[in-house]
Design a protein around this ligand. Structure first.
Ligand code: FE2
Length: 232
């Protein structure tokens, strides 16, 4: 007897069972991206402090693009002959992750947490693309297309967390709150460094003209401070 999730028909060249399998993979991606565009809007509303407007305005095109992805996924599920589920209760019952954990917070904290969010979404989306590769080229192409945009958006977020040396302040974080804390600490360290760099030219000429030994001592002290900051 046919499973209630097995469609009566599906796209040409797939069996109904294959259609059901692809649709199940897509339903999970529909849940994930519906959650993502709601989360991005939540951040758009809850970001505060310096850089508010940059992050607030950066997120709306991402919300629109991710929402368009959910529409394409849901319509592909219907095309495969099954019913896409888009209600909030079903999403919450089916998802395997927690709600986004930050409320009102600074731009850099939300960006740190969003790095973690995009990491999870993209990893799962790549797996779904891999899982449909030999099953359904059209679905695979759809998911690969999403990844082009999702990974671009992830870079937009990460560029705020990256040092001139290419290091991410959120490296090693495993939770949204942990990533938010690391991002905030990284931003504080960067602003302290740049404040130090601005102050340095005022004192350097005096030191240099009076005694070269003091200049050397200042360099040592500055190097120690840099090392201490790196350990945080
Ligand atoms: Fe808005």
């Amino acid at each position: 007897m046919a499973d209630r999730n097995t469609p009566r028909y599906t796209v040409p060249s797939l069996t109904p069972q294959q259609g059901a399998k692809v649709a199940a993979i897509l339903q999970e991606r529909l849940n994930s991206l519906t959650d993502l565009h709601l989360t991005l809007k939540h951040v758009h509303w809850n970001v505060v402090g310096p850089h508010f407007i940059a992050v607030h305005e950066m997120l709306d095109p991402q919300v629109d693009a991710v929402r368009a992805m959910t529409d394409a996924i849901a319509e592909r599920i219907a095309t495969l002959g099954t019913s896409p589920v888009g209600t909030p209760g079903a999403l919450v019952a089916a998802r395997t992750w927690d709600d986004y954990s930050l409320r009102r917070a600074s731009a850099i904290e939300h960006l740190g947490a969003l790095d973690e969010v995009y990491e999870g979404v993209i990893t799962a989306h790549r797996k779904a693309a891999k899982d449909t590769e030999s099953l359904d080229d059209v679905t695979n192409d759809l998911l690969i297309g999403h990844l082009h945009e999702l990974e671009l958006f992830h870079w937009f977020v990460r560029a705020h967390l990256e040092s001139a040396g290419g290091e991410l302040s959120t490296a090693g974080a495993t939770t949204e709150k942990g990533a938010a804390q690391k991002a905030a600490a990284g931003a504080r360290a960067t602003s302290t460094r740049s404040a130090g760099a601005k102050a340095a030219p005022k004192t350097a000429p005096k030191t240099a003209s009076k005694a070269p030994a003091k200049t050397a001592a200042a360099r040592t002290s500055s190097a120690k401070t840099t090392t201490a900051r790196k350990k945080k």
